[in-house]
Design a protein around this ligand. Sequence first.
Ligand code: MN
Length: 262
Amino acid sequence: MPTSSAFNTTLPSRAEDVGSFLAPSDPDLIQDLAIANRILSDQGIVDAFGHVSVRHDCDPERFLLARNMAPGTVTAEDIVQFHLDGSPIDAQGRAIYLERFIHGQIYRARPDVMAIVHSHSPTVVPFSVARDATLRPVCHMCGFLGLGAPLFEIRDSAGDATDLLIRDNALGAALAAALGEASCVLMRGHGSTVVGPSLKHAVYRAVYAEVNAKLQSEAMRLGSVNFLSAGEAATAQRNIETQVERPWGLWKARVMPSLNAA
Ligand code: MN
């Protein structure tokens, strides 16, 4: 079990199990969540930290999330069910992620959201602290960023002496409010959270938020940047996101050998 540390973003947390396991109607949902964990690790979006969840397909008041562990090693057996308040349903004594409140409170605020990725992907973090830059779409693959990702400033909710983590439901609700109707919210000095209408959309957006950050950083070195307009962002998003199966298939093929061997 990991040791507690002020510098550890996934402090182990235990809580009493409340309720019983409910099998998803989609027989692939749990396995796809394990695959999503491994894809995000393989693509460099998460490392030892960060997590991805999916809303339960039979009960919108539940979501599925791995136990406290590095995403790159998750298997179907590691998936735990949670209530939207972050209490686990079937943790069976296993340590769970401290920042699970990100997921529950966004599912509560956004009925359209079916999957969520929280990460500290390294090129996005600078956009959370640069006072004069907003993460905005610079290419057609990243229209989901709209006119720019909103920023969650934890000092506004919890003062200037936090560890910047989403440690409870109140902070989760504040983060969900900052997200609003957007697809991506930056968390100042911490990372970002990306949402989508399916697991494949959320994974796609998490990968391409990092891609956009790299491209935008390069463009900003060259001078002022010509971003996608609101109309271009909306049209590009609508069209490119019909194709989320293609990157999912590519990324899945890379991780299946290790998942099958686990
Ligand atoms: Mn975090």
